[in-house]
Design a protein. Structure first.
Length: 534
């Protein structure tokens, strides 16, 4: 679920950029396929290592496709243009004097593909066997003592430059606690980084240019994939349309050291621009324990999306996923969000507005267009919320907080409160649902035939429809397919689904559904009952 969470968050950010008008927004995802861990896994599976990588790359690409990720390239570090970029990057580092050869001794984790200092390891008992082993304090992965001669990068030379950059760009790493962690790590001192392994021990990787006896360290190799996508070394970063530097890189908290210390230092060494920001997210847990395939404590993302729907899982991950703290996954949590927020909240409200025979949304919208004063003289709290939510959502997204942005948008549909006896949010009807239920326009149309009734009903329907229209526009990055259908049901033209249209009274052309009787969506509920809740 961790990888799915990363690419869903990245996709939300890309789609949000497009919502803001950036039609050139670009998303990169893919697989890093070299290293000792891959080599050993292929050997254990008794298969050719390239075939092993091909199989896993297909699975990750299928996951991205299944989750409706709008990636522009699925890169593999076995791609030929990437190999060329890594070789060029190495030669440039060497030319600048940042690479030297030396003997290295230390505690190495094959799983984490990194060396750990003595202060970051401890002796533990392996739960399944009772075997004593040394492991990383941070990740819990086993480490082994290694002594070898390899190439090193002068990482220590970049301590002050990194700290200067962090100080000048306090929002470089989001959230703040992780920024503070990285600053403390760098302030405590940086040792030079081993950036190759003897090919006798690691053959699956890119050979060091000019020295086939050494293989380039997987994390130097893997990080360069970002500039490979941008056309390195042939493209110019000075070009206004250049893909580098990126506005944001999204990563899990377990790889912050590589992306927030090593990667900026590599780029500084070659005078290349740094990413503008890095969004680092927390992990998903199950039963409050870290998910692990080996322990059977995990979730099959394909099954989850098939069971609950792609947009439901995207919504749930963005709504409940942790940025600072880990979040626990349970099917019951997904069901609760679906039934109360999506089915009973947004879906129910949409259908009550557009499917009733007691009023006509198009007529109400046209009525409001002709009577600007009349459409503003009622239900002030809801109208104020409709006016405030878009700006608040934009502010949260600018702070790289999709979770709070989503919570803010959903205020139009449901409210979130907490009790002292549970850590789970309690969902209740939001402003529009509450308003619509309280004013009960169906009762008004039933009780009178006076012309004033039409005016009152039109005000109610327009205000409610505006809330749903604006919510649907803002929810597009989170649930692209469901919101496309919702906006089609409302009759919102495709050219009027941007952030500039998510303003109260910005569009008076909607109200006639685009979904014709022959469309399969005409007979389906937007959020139908779940086939299985457990």
């Amino acid at each position: 679920m961790g990888h799915l969470y990363t690419i869903v968050l990245t996709d939300i950010l890309k789609r949000w950029a497009i919502l803001l008008g950036d039609q050139n927004a670009t998303l990169l995802t893919g697989t890093d396929e070299h290293g000792m861990k891959i080599q050993k896994a292929a050997h254990k599976a008794k298969t050719d290592v390239k075939l092993f990588c091909d199989q896993h790359a297909r699975q990750f690409q299928q996951l991205a496709d299944a989750a409706n990720i709008s990636y522009d390239r699925f890169i593999r570090t076995t791609d030929e243009d990437h190999k060329a970029a890594v070789e060029h990057f190495w030669r440039e580092l060497n030319h600048q004097g940042y690479i030297y050869e030396s003997k290295h001794e230390g505690w190495y984790s094959v799983s984490d593909e990194t060396f750990y200092p003595e202060s970051q390891i401890h002796l533990v008992l392996e739960p399944s066997t009772g075997r004593k082993m040394y492991a990383s304090i941070e990740t819990g992965k086993e480490v082994e003592w290694t002594s070898e001669t390899n190439y090193h990068f002068r990482l220590s030379a970049f301590r002050d430059k990194l700290l200067e950059h962090y100080n000048a760009h306090p929002d470089f790493i989001v959230p703040k606690p992780r920024m503070n962690f990285i600053v403390r790590e760098v302030e405590s001192g940086l040792s030079d980084l081993s950036i190759s392994r003897p090919s006798s021990r690691l053959s699956w990787g890119i050979p060091v240019p000019g020295d086939d006896s050494q293989t380039i360290y997987v994390w130097l190799d893997a990080l360069i994939n970002y500039v490979t996508m941008a056309g390195y070394p042939f493209s110019s970063t000075a070009d206004a349309n250049a893909l580098w530097p990126p506005n944001c890189q999204v990563i899990g908290k377990d790889i912050v050291r590589f992306h927030c210390v090593y990667w900026p230092a590599f780029l500084m060494a070659l005078n290349l621009p740094l990413p503008k920001q890095l969004l680092t997210h927390a992990h998903w847990t199950m039963n409050n324990a870290k998910m692990s395939k080996s322990s059977g404590n995990g979730v099959n993302p394909f099954y989850a999306m098939e069971r609950f729907g792609v947009d439901t899982i995207r919504f749930f991950m963005a709504h409940d996923g942790g940025i600072v703290d880990d979040a626990d996954y349970e099917n019951s949590y997904v069901v609760e969000r679906y039934k109360k927020a999506l089915q009973g909240g947004f879906g129910n409200l949409l259908y009550r507005i557009v499917k009733s025979k007691n009023w006509n949304v198009r007529e109400s919208v046209a009525w409001a267009q002709q009577r600007p004063d009349a459409r503003l003289d009622e239900a002030v709290p809801l109208r104020r919320l409709i006016q405030e939510v878009p700006g608040q959502a934009v502010d949260f997204m600018e702070k790289l907080d999709p979770r709070q942005a989503l919570h803010t948008i959903m205020q139009l549909v449901y409210s979130v409160s907490f009790t002292l006896c549970t850590a789970l949010p309690i969902l209740t009807h939001g402003q529009t649902n509450k308003y619509f239920q309280n004013v009960a326009p169906w009762n008004i149309t039933r009780n009178s035939a006076h012309p004033a009734v039409d005016h009152e009903v039109n005000r109610i329907i327009f205000l409610s429809a505006e809330a749903v229209r604006i919510a649907a526009i803002l929810l597009q990055p989170f649930m692209p397919e469901k919101m496309r259908t919702a906006l089609d049901m409302l009759g919102v033209h495709e050219s009027k689904r941007t952030i500039n249209d998510a303003i109260f009274g910005a569009d008076f052309s909607y109200g006639t559904s685009f979904i014709e009787s022959g469309d399969e969506r005409a007979t389906k509920t937007l959020f139908p009952p779940l086939k299985s809740e457990w």
